[in-house]
Design a protein around this ligand. Structure first.
Ligand code: EPU
Length: 455
């Protein structure tokens, strides 16, 4: 029987990362700009005709796709070497950050199609700026994904409040405000990161004052508001749950450096505690990881902070701690897979509660393939720690689950092979080189894709 015949389903290769177990992370790692900031800063460039330059942008797939989204909207987008150059270059691999130069036309396009939006859910953040600039926008609805249902109702209700006529048709969100947007009082049901960003970017060019209550307070939102204010916007209350935005007639382009990635930094922090390692992380204000670092202290790690750096050292097996994810400044949902990994090797039982995404525990089944003892019930998981996990082939289902599985593999006997690591490439620039710089035996390769089970 030949390939493609019945009984021999065609297989494609997938990208895998293999890590050796019984590893200990030790050394210094530098984190570059945050994915979830840089993506929105790139969208914000649409608000001003002319040349915007954003530096410290991570070299990851999602940023490349966002560049493509902007090109399709008529922008010229070019990536350049960063200045200063990422200090990890000397540790192997290529620069993890670069600068993006975006030339925005007087009249950008107003359509973002499904072929790009489905590859990058964050493309939805062009909705606000394009509506503000063009008075009309049509963006594909991204739908749900591996971590949950991901609604858009708050984006839509807020824009409608500002006078837009918003409808859904053939899988698109269509918004029109031919006479421009007007300031409005908006109370979000939940401090949604994406809704806050879209509404701020719409409000900066609206007539009058917009007040967003129960706004998200993430450092990436502060970064966006800082750049917008430097472009001439009038936003006050940045970093608080009430944002007041006085609309202005036009904005001008600027040069702006992306804030450091607290989730990448947090990944290394958990990795250090789980492997009884000693890791110094630079390029990040430790204050934006306060709750996460405090959990590691409760788990028995020693944490030192100084300026734009912190160090996590652990000599003993972690003690079990409970974790509850919440909007910032609470424990970040994007660190949930790392919290489960920590719990899986801790002494005792941990109760982990996820409050942001309804599908975030989906990856727990992969963690149990590594021997983790996890019982989930709705948005809670009880994890009973084991002294050691057991290396196995597992599958990354999203960016953070992929990173969490790789870090968990460091605490296993034998080799762990994580497949579908294109997810990890979406959020972690050169994860393999960083692991190697921290002393891990790691390789990247391909493996045949196992056919999906049909029942
Ligand atoms: N939600 C609604 N309606 C809305 C908006 C949100 O029901 O109109 C719900 C979502 O379905 C979700 C929750 O509210 O259950 C939180 O969504 P939020 O809008 O806050 O998140 P997001 O903007 O879609 C960003 C990050 C995520 C990160 C979350 C929470 C980007 C590109 N993505 O998503 O990052 O987990 O905020 O902090 O900024 C990742 O980087 O791996 C990632 C998933």
């Amino acid at each position: 029987m030949g390939p493609g015949d019945a009984g021999d389903p065609a297989v494609d290769d997938v990208e895998v990362i293999r890590v050796g177990g019984d590893a200990r992370l030790a050394g210094t790692v530098h984190v570059v700009g945050a994915k979830n900031s840089a993506l929105k800063l790139m969208a914000a460039a649409l608000l001003a005709p002319g040349r915007t330059v954003i530096t410290n942008v991570p070299r990851i797939t999602d940023i490349a796709i966002m560049g493509e989204v902007l090109r399709r909207l008529g922008c010229l987008v070019r990536f350049e070497a960063d200045d200063p150059v990422d200090p990890m270059v000397g540790h192997g691999g290529q620069a993890r950050s670069r600068s993006v130069v975006i030339d925005v036309p007087e009249q950008p396009g107003a359509d973002a199609d499904y072929d790009l939006v489905r590859r990058l859910r964050a493309s939805i953040c062009v909705l606000g700026p394009l509506l503000a600039r063009r008075g009309y926008v049509r963006v594909a609805h991204p739908g749900g994904d591996a971590i949950g249902s991901r609604g858009l109702d708050m984006h839509i209700a807020g824009l409608a409040r500002m006078g837009a006529d918003v409808s859904g048709e053939h899988g698109f969100v269509i918004a029109a405000a031919p006479d421009g947007l007007r300031g409005a009082e908006i109370m979000l049901d939940f401090p949604s990161v994406g809704a806050t960003e879209n509404l701020v970017m719409a409000a900066v060019l609206a007539r009058g004052v917009t007040v967003i209550d129960n706004a998200a307070r993430e450092p990436e939102i502060v970064d966006l508001c800082t750049m917008l204010n430097r472009m001439g916007a009038r936003i006050s209350g940045c970093g608080s749950s009430t944002l007041r935005i006085a609309g202005v007639p036009a904005l001008h382009p600027v040069r702006h450096a992306t804030v450091g990635d607290r989730i990448v930094a947090g990944t290394w922090a958990f990795g250090a505690a789980m492997t009884r390692g000693d890791v110094t992380v630079t390029g990040i204000d430790p204050a934006c990881l306060e709750v996460a670092l405090d959990k590691l202290v409760s788990a028995g790690a020693l944490v030192e902070t100084r300026g734009d750096a912190f160090r996590v050292r652990a000599d003993d097996r972690p003690t079990a701690v409970d974790v509850v994810t919440l909007p910032y400044p609470g424990f970040a949902t994007d660190l949930l897979p790392m919290a489960i990994g920590l719990a899986a090797v801790s002494d005792g039982a941990s109760l982990i509660t996820e409050n942001i995404f309804d599908g975030r525990f989906m990856f727990a089944n992969e963690m149990t393939r590594l021997g983790a003892d996890i019982k989930t019930d709705g948005h809670h998981a009880v994890v009973r720690g084991r002294d050691r996990l057991s290396g196995a082939p597992v599958r990354a289902t999203d960016i953070r689950a992929g990173a969490g599985l790789i870090i968990a593999g460091l605490c296993a006997d034998g080799v762990t092979e994580v497949s579908h690591v294109h997810h990890v490439d979406r959020g972690y620039p050169d994860f393999v080189a960083d692991l190697r710089a921290l002393g891990v035996k790691v390789e990247r390769g391909t493996a045949p894709e196992a056919p999906e089970l049909t029942i």
